[in-house]
Ligand binder design. Sequence first.
Ligand code: SF4
Length: 118
Amino acid sequence: MKDLKLRQPPCDQCQAYCCRRHANKEFSVVLDRDEHERFRGIAVPASIYSADQTDRVIPYDNEGNCVLLSGRTCSVHEHKPRLCRKFSCVNLYICRSREHDDLLDECPDLLQLLEKGV
Ligand code: SF4
């Protein structure tokens, strides 16, 4: 339980489930406005927050993996989108956020890993 208490995600054992399609998600990540230029050529348009506004998202590939995922790791880890930087499966587990319960419930590794105490 050491990592749980410290809120450190067990990244060395992660299978990158959160970077793959789960539930009804149609895209991987919504970019902040100031990230649009950096991910030009990869991101695609989508209306996420309002029908009148065009946002940009990182899509999944045909297999349902984020197009920036390479094996189990992010190919742009050092420069990944802000939303990915903020995400923490351990915090999610502790908070049991309803919004993200689908990830907790469907991730084949996360609950087992965290509940056995890593
Ligand atoms: S950008 Fe990187 S960290 Fe974010 S979902 Fe894609 S592969 Fe995962």
